[in-house]
Every structure is written in C-alpha cells, then in structure tokens.
Design a protein around this ligand. Sequence first.
Ligand SMILES: NC(=O)c1ccc[n+]([C@@H]2O[C@H](COP(=O)([O-])OP(=O)(O)OC[C@H]3O[C@@H](n4cnc5c(N)ncnc54)[C@H](OP(=O)(O)O)[C@@H]3O)[C@@H](O)[C@H]2O)c1
Length: 231
Amino acid sequence: MKRIAILGTGSVGQTYASKFITLGYDVMVGTRNVSEKLAGTAKDGFGNPPFREWHAANKTVKLGTFKEAAGFGEIILNATQGVNSINALKLADGNNLNGKILIDIANPLDFSKGMPPSLLPELSNTNSLGEEIQKTFPGVKVVKTLNTMWCGLMVNPAMINGGDHNAFISGNDADAKGKVKEILKSFGWLDKNILDLGDISSARGTEMYLPLWLRFFGALNNGAFNIKIVK
Ligand SMILES: NC(=O)c1ccc[n+]([C@@H]2O[C@H](COP(=O)([O-])OP(=O)(O)OC[C@H]3O[C@@H](n4cnc5c(N)ncnc54)[C@H](OP(=O)(O)O)[C@@H]3O)[C@@H](O)[C@H]2O)c1
C-alpha cells in the first residue's frame, strides 16, 4: 500500500486524507501537536467542526506530528497555512523530505489585515511559496498543483462541467510531475486538461491568481468554479 503524508489538519488536509483512503493509500496526517489537536473543541475560522470530529469519523487515517508524518510518507502533500508552510516543513525536518515528491497546494495568503487576504509580499511577484520551498529544501521534488481552486474540486473535478476544466502543474523534476499527473488522473482529471506550466518559478502565476480567485468567490458566493482555457 502506498504511504502518503498529508501535512495539514484543516479542511484541505481532511479532504485529501479522505480521498486518498478511498483510493487505497495508507494515510498519515501531520500536525504540530497531536494531543492538542485531538483536544481542540473549537470550530475553525470558517465554521467547520473541530478536527477531532472529523478524525473520529475517519479512524483509518493515522495522525502524527509533522515529523512523524513526513517520515512515514513516501509522498508528501503540503496542506498547511501558506504563510507558515516553511515553518511546518522545517518541523517535518528536511531529512524526512529529501528525495521525495512534495505536492504543494498551499497559497501564501496573509489574513492578518482582514478579508480578503493578500499575498505575502516576500512570497509573490518575483518569488512564490513553491519556489521558496524548493530553495529551502533543495533535496525535495516540489510539484505545485491544484492551488487554483476550492479543495472540493481538487479531488472531484467531475463536480462541474463534466470534469472539463483545467489544472496546472509546476516543478523542476519531469519524472515527479509525471507521477503527480497520474495522481490527478486518479482524482478524475482529464490528461488533456492538466497543463504543465514549466519549472517551479511558474508557481508565481498560479499563486498570484488567488487575488482574482477571491474576487470571483466574492461575486459568485460559491467556491465550485474553475478556469477553462479556450483558444
Ligand atoms: N480551502 C481551500 O479550498 C483551498 C484551496 C486552495 C488552496 N488552499 C490552501 O491549502 C492550505 C490549507 O488550507 P486549510 O484551510 O485546510 O488550512 P489552514 O488553516 O490554512 O492551515 C492549517 C494547517 O496549517 C498549520 N499551521 C498553522 N500555523 C502554523 C505555524 N505557525 N507553524 C506550522 N504550521 C502551522 C496547522 O497546524 P496544526 O495542525 O498544528 O494546527 C494546520 O495543520 C492553505 O495554504 C490554503 O491557502 C486551500
């Protein structure tokens, strides 16, 4: 059974963990502090139930520290808060990441100045979170993908337009991108709709789409929409 580590306990981490279980993976979710996470009873900022409720209903998902999860996973998925992802990955320990594929779906959104959030200046325009992760952990094969849509759609593209819309992929390692593409196809993404944007610097483009995504969301009041490229 293929082992995957999902770093992140929010709604995105939960969505991926559930999906990978249904696909037959052995899944461990990573957090900063396991006992604190299981003790929490507060809803998150979006009104979602506490992690413990989700975990009680998803007992086959293992829970460990970021470090334990990264050590466990053959593949790592970063679903941590983007402005804190580097910190979370340092807690995971680069030695547990080296040589592995790291699927990065996080966005460096700064909520500290209210809604809508803005991109962290040092991780945008001439930089991106995807690149920053690659620079900080050169032994990791970072593949940025699926960060341009609501998490429900990431793992279930068939939800809208018969699955005919686009996902993007960025990364320096062609083999790693090929493997991640196969994972996307297992979610239902059509091969023709997975657009390879090039090396990890192309993550600047997908991360900088977020300010527009947030305005679409504000206008539509619904997250189940996506980009379809027409020529
Ligand atoms: N919601 C969507 O549909 C969507 C769509 C596209 C991309 N994304 C991206 O997906 C990622 C996850 O989003 P989310 O809403 O599920 O969760 P989130 O609230 O953005 O992140 C939760 C995770 O971040 C960790 N974290 C928070 N502060 C930290 C710190 N100071 N140091 C280390 N780790 C820290 C938390 O650790 P603990 O477990 O210890 O609390 C938790 O695991 C984000 O980067 C978001 O931008 C979300």
